[in-house]
Structure formats: structure tokens, C-alpha cells
Design a protein around this ligand. Structure first.
Ligand SMILES: [Zn+2]
Length: 348
């Protein structure tokens, strides 16, 4: 949220926040773009600013929340009666908004010990419908943030649509999605788009260093320029040196290089490596790995075969049959592809 001295949790969002506040004409905004750059954070900043009772009146921070008023304090403690956050159960704890802070939610869901859902379900949207009909407790606005919007299952999306079509007086929405093309077209068409692209490198590096991330420049590139993803990778144990060594360890067939990683992330890493190796064969600059860390393959065809296997495995990564064997096999295929793609080693 906007703090009392008006600093932002993610400094690169300043311009997007000012711009969205200045240009918002619809009662529903859709923040869209890549993940890992602060979509939810921007949505929450917008909500806080609309609810704030003393927003900044002029200057670059026009419309920003003050961070000090009663409304901002309620927002900061996740107890604002005019705010509702719709996120999948599986995400709620992770982002620091425990189940208690959801208005209109009783203890039922907590009592059942089922696995938390990755979808936003109809029950949550029903809670939203009664929230939408109630009058605003503090008389300024009522705001609903939906994140990630693609997590709405079809029934929930259809139920939400009705409220999006006929919003009651002070109700505003911010949806955020990194897969906006997969949303129902009827939902998309009712929202004003707010594009949020990759931020500039400098503020990201500074933020990562403040978060204690070592090797920030390597990890930011590894994450494709997405700072939150770089931070998550670091927190999950990825180190810049391990990343830089991955291409050579692939060349040597050391599948242990990825053995500590969750399968989906390991496959993702190999896909990035394959992508960069392909770029090198075309004489282009790599995206995710430092150029000096990469072998210099000459032929693209063997790498394309590996790319296809990786893509297929990525599709099933959520349902692993045998993680260890699959990773060894993908690694061996990668090593073989790299050898074939580097003809000067053919006579070795
Ligand atoms: Zn305020």
C-alpha cells in the first residue's frame, strides 16, 4: 500500500499508478501484462487511492492515497469495510491477506480442511454480490479487486459479469490478469485496459538489492526482467552462480544441476536455456543467460526437437509421473541436442 510518506512497495509502479488514476473513466479497470511485475500491487494501490479520504490533490502524485487517514489505516490493516479482495484460496495466505479479512465470509471454509483452491469459485462471487448491494460504510467508494482474473472459473465469471454490467452507485472494480486473452470476451469488453509492461531495469535492481537478493542483475535477466519473479526464485534457493553454471552443466550432462528444483520450475529453466541457445544459433543476443555462460551451438534443428519435448513436458508438469526420471531424460535430450547442434565436436 501507499505508506504515510507516500513511498510505494514497488517503486516502478509510480508512473502507472498516476496514469491509471488520471485516465480511469470506467468503473472497471483491467490491469494486464506480464506476471511478476506487480499487477496485484498496482490493483491494491488503485483501490487504496479511491478509498482514501484525503488523496493528494496535485503534482505527480495526484490522486494517490495519503497513507494516513482513517480509511488508509483500515486498508493497511486489511479491515476496510468497503474493500473486497477476490483471490483463490491458495493465494490468500501467500500474499498476506488471511481468510479473516474477507468481508461476508464466515468460518465455514476455514473449518473444512480441503486443499486450498487455485480457482476463484462461485461462493466467493456470491459474497461479492451481497457486498455490491450493501451501502458504502464510509461513503466514498466500494472497491473490489479480482486477482488473477483468469482464476475465475466459468460459473464465477458469469456471476461476476452481472455486477460488472450493472454496477451499483459507488462500486468500482480492478481486475488484474497476465492471461487476459483467456478471460471471457464479455468480461474484457466491460473493463478499461490498464497495460502494465516490464519495468525499467534500474529501479528493479535497486529494489532487489533492498530485498537482499544477491546477484540481482543475473537473476533479473533469468526471470526475463520480472523483478518479483527474480525475488521469488532467490527465496526458493536459486543463486546467480548456479544459474550461470547451468549451460555448462547441461553440456556435461550433469542432471543433478536441477535436482533440488520443483519440476515445473526446472522445466521452465531448461526452456529458457533452450530459447537462449536457439537465439545464439541465429546470432542473436540471449535473453535469460549471460552470453559468456553459453556454449555456441551452430545448428538450430536439434535444439528445436528438444524445445518441443520441453514444451510437451511443461504442459503436464502439474501432474508428474516420475519427476526424477523425467528430468534426467529431458536433461539427456538437451545434452544430446547441444552436441548435435555443435558440429565442431562431431569428430570428438
Ligand atoms: Zn488516505
Amino acid at each position: 500500500m501507499v505508506s504515510s510518506d507516500q513511498t510505494l512497495p514497488l517503486p516502478w509502479l509510480a508512473q502507472s499508478l498516476s496514469q491509471a488514476l488520471a485516465t480511469a473513466r470506467s468503473h472497471a479497470l483491467l490491469v494486464q501484462g506480464p506476471s511478476g511485475v506487480g499487477q496485484l500491487d498496482l490493483a491494491l494501490l488503485l483501490a487504496q487511492s479511491w478509498l482514501c479520504e484525503q488523496p493528494t490533490q496535485s503534482g505527480e502524485r495526484r490522486g494517490w492515497a495519503c497513507g494516513q487517514c482513517a480509511s488508509c489505516k483500515l486498508f493497511g490493516s486489511h479491515t476496510h469495510p468497503d474493500f473486497m479482495l477476490l483471490v483463490p484460496e491458495a493465494l490468500r495466505e501467500q500474499i498476506g491477506w488471511g481468510a479473516d479479512s474477507e468481508p461476508g465470509k464466515d468460518g465455514e471454509a476455514k473449518a473444512s480442511k480441503t486443499k486450498p483452491s487455485r480457482e476463484i469459485k462461485i461462493d466467493a462471487v456470491r459474497g461479492l454480490l451481497s457486498f455490491a448491494q450493501a451501502t458504502s460504510a464510509r461513503g466514498r467508494a466500494k472497491v473490489v479487486v479480482v486477482y488473477p482474473a483468469e482464476a475465475l472459473n466459468t460459473v464465477a465469471a458469469n456471476a461476476l459479469l452481472k455486477t460488472l454490467e450493472e454496477p451499483a452507485g459507488l462500486l468500482r472494480f480492478v481486475l488484474a490478469s497476465s492471461a487476459s486473452e483467456s478471460l471471457l470476451p464479455t468480461i474484457r469488453s466491460r473493463c478499461q485496459p490498464v497495460p502494465l509492461g516490464l519495468p525499467d531495469k534500474a529501479p528493479c535492481l535497486q529494489w532487489l538489492q533492498e530485498q537482499g537478493v544477491e546477484g540481482a542483475d543475473v537473476l533479473l535477466a533469468a526471470a526475463g526482467g520480472r523483478p518479483q519473479e527474480a525475488r521469488d526464485w532467490f527465496e526458493a534457493g536459486l543463486r546467480a552462480t548456479a544459474w550461470q553454471q547451468l549451460p555448462q552443466r547441461l553440456a556435461r550432462g550433469e542432471a543433478a544441476a536441477l535436482s533440488d528444483w520443483p519440476q515445473a520450475r526446472a522445466i521452465d529453466a531448461l526452456q529458457r536455456l533452450c530459447h537462449d541457445l536457439l537465439r545464439v544459433t541465429h546470432g542473436a543476443e540471449p535473453t535469460y543467460f549471460p552470453k559468456a555462460s553459453l556454449p555456441q551451438p551452430k545448428l538450430a534443428a536439434p535444439l528445436h526437437m528438444w524445445e518441443a519435448s520441453l514444451r510437451q513436458s511443461a504442459r503436464h508438469a502439474e501432474h508428474p509421473l516420475n519427476t526424477g526420471l523425467l528430468m534426467e531424460s529431458l536433461f539427456a535430450q538437451g545434452q544430446a541436442a547441444l552436441r548435435e547442434a555443435s558440429p565442431r565436436r562431431a569428430n570428438a
